[in-house]
Design a protein around this ligand. Structure first.
Ligand code: G4P
Length: 527
């Protein structure tokens, strides 16, 4: 490893923001970019909001992709730290995409709406973080609104998410009475002023014991705050780096993304304690980021980044080594070597050809469908990075073609759209139907629209009596016996893995009871 590789790896922070829709993820993303100097004024990312609103907006957004949105990763510099902020879709129906993005980050910033506390989507996403022991930094947002009491918020988070909270700042009032926060690390007050939208908030910072504090807060508020601070210092656990790294404790900040308040504290925390790229598990060994040879895996595929080309962009998270333009990468699944000259990075909102990229960075490789989610790239070593699952879909539809002459285009369209990972394609063991499985209803609408626009295929999706999916993991002989007996309920997924798509869980349990030597899995690693 070169000194440069070491230095560059250490200064990288690759993270994502998770939240329940409407908690303020889009707003905070924008403010982080503003503070990181990646955008000059806020408002630029706002079009992204379409992905959680009405269907028509979503379609519109899909159609305009490549022109406006499609920033799966946003990279920017802050205090000499290279930040890679990975985007996660806001809409619940795209949660699978979000789960997979979480496999590519080293830390997570969790935004909670302080008027609501922990909400359902946050719980689900945090479960994934816990499985992966991803460190989590928390921001309680919307302190400018009349929300829950700060102690109740902390209590709610600890109970709902099972993590100990370590407040880093503490709010002084809330709603109309919101006056600022006390920074418990630096022992100073950050005074709040509303700074809507567009520019950084120059926060006034003063000592709690100063005249100015008494003047601005009033003597009563100062003495109450002193008591609060004393109590917090007694009650809260220390900010232990290893417990944070293991996802057992989370530092908590209070602020208002809309008013640019508390944003810099969160960014500083990411610089200070979020871990740089760490080791990765593979099927054969652990990869360390400081290894000389390149390794990386694909966590996302996105089509329509450029309307003029049918290309799809494969997003690769670099795990070790240094990527340099023109290097030859080994695509482990296909066994092919390719010279990569056109990889792209995403500095701010611009796409640039990558000259050099380090562990923690995300590079985009345009391709015509040869690359799939979960694929590993190396410099020749035959290993497979693990931990990039597919989740069992919960909704199933049969694709029905309106024009029978378009069967080939339908098959191609469905295969390609599903390879991007938002939905899964299943073919019955006996029969020729195309069954699409997804985690959200919106997927079917998006697929129908894309089939029409990109493949000129008119298809609709009809409901079928299948509600549960489980992959069958076991030896070939047993699988054959299962096929002989339960063919009606058996399907192949897009990668040729055998699975059950059943009407109900009872059916799956029946098969599991009959064949205890196989495992019925809810998640599948596409190896
Ligand atoms: P999301 O991506 O998590 O779904 O949330 P988003 O940032 O879009 O924010 C949801 C709503 O909450 C937006 O209002 C946004 O302006 C507001 N918001 C975000 N942070 C704060 C905050 O700190 N304080 C207050 N008071 N509001 C906040 P909207 O009315 O839905 O949209 P818009 O009209 O403001 O664009």
């Amino acid at each position: 490893m070169s000194v440069e590789q070491d230095r560059e790896t250490r200064r990288r922070r690759t993270f994502a923001i998770i939240s329940h829709p409407d908690a303020g993820k889009t707003t905070l993303t924008e403010k982080l970019l503003l503070y990181g100097g990646a955008i000059a004024t806020a408002g630029a990312v706002k079009s992204r909001k379409a992905d959680r609103s009405a269907r028509s907006d979503f379609m519109e957004m899909e159609q305009q992709r490549g022109i406006s949105v499609s920033t799966a990763v946003m990279s920017f510099e802050y205090n000499n730290v290279a930040m890679n902020l990975l985007d996660t879709p806001g809409h619940n129906d795209f949660s699978e995409d979000t789960y997979r993005t979480l496999t590519a980050v080293d830390a997570v910033l969790m935004v909670i709406d302080s008027t609501k506390g922990v909400e359902s989507q946050t719980k689900k996403l945090l479960e994934v973080c816990r499985l992966k022991r991803t460190p989590v930094i928390t921001m309680m947002n919307k302190l400018d609104l009349e929300g829950m009491e700060p102690l109740d918020l902390v209590d709610n988070l600890e109970k709902e998410l099972g993590m100990a909270c370590v407040p880093m700042t503490w709010p002084i009032g809330k709603g109309r009475e919101f006056k600022g926060v006390f920074d418990l690390r630096r022992n100073e007050v950050h005074f709040y002023t509303s700074s809507l939208h567009h520019k950084k908030n120059d926060v006034e910072t003063i000592d709690l014991h100063s005249e100015r504090a008494a003047q601005l807060l009033g003597a009563n508020e100062v003495s109450r705050l002193r008591e609060d601070v004393h109590m917090l210092q007694e009650l809260t656990p220390a900010m232990d780096q290893s417990r944070f790294n293991g996802g057992q404790i989370t530092p908590v900040f209070f602020g208002s993304a809309l008013n640019n308040f508390g944003v810099d504290s969160v960014l500083n925390m990411i610089c200070d304690i979020a871990p740089p790229p760490g080791p990765r598990e593979t099927t054969t060994r652990i990869i360390e980021p400081d290894e000389e040879n390149f390794t990386g895996f694909v966590f996302k595929i996105q089509a329509n980044m450029d309307r003029n080309h049918r290309d799809r962009m494969a997003f690769i998270r670099i795990c070790s080594g240094v990527f340099t333009r023109g290097m030859t990468l080994h695509h482990v699944r296909t066994g092919k070597d390719t010279i990569i000259r056109n990889a792209i990075t995403f500095l701010a909102r611009n796409r640039n050809l990558v000259e050099t990229a380090y562990p923690g960075d995300i590079i985009g490789i345009p391709n015509h469908g040869t690359i799939r989610i979960g694929d590993t790239f190396t410099q020749g070593e035959k290993l497979q990075i693990t931990g990039i699952p597919s989740f069992a879909p919960e909704l199933f539809r049969r694709a029905r073609l309106k024009d029978p002459l378009k069967a080939k285009a339908l098959s191609k369209g469905l295969e390609q759209v599903c390879e991007e990972g938002a939905a899964q394609l299943f073919r019955p063991i006996s029969g020729s139907d195309y069954i699409i499985g997804a985690l959200g209803e919106l997927q079917f609408q998006v697929i129908a629209s894309r089939l029409e626009n990109e493949y000129r295929v008119n298809a609709d999706f009809e409901t079928i009596p299948r509600n549960v999916c489980r992959w069958i993991i076991g030896d070939d002989a047993t699988k054959k016996q299962i096929i002989d007996r339960y063919a009606y309920d058996l399907f192949m997924d897009g990668s040729g893995n055998l699975c059950i798509l059943a009407d109900n869980l009872f059916r799956c349990n029946q098969i599991a009871d009959k064949f205890p030597e196989v495992t019925l899995a809810r998640t599948m690693e596409q190896l």
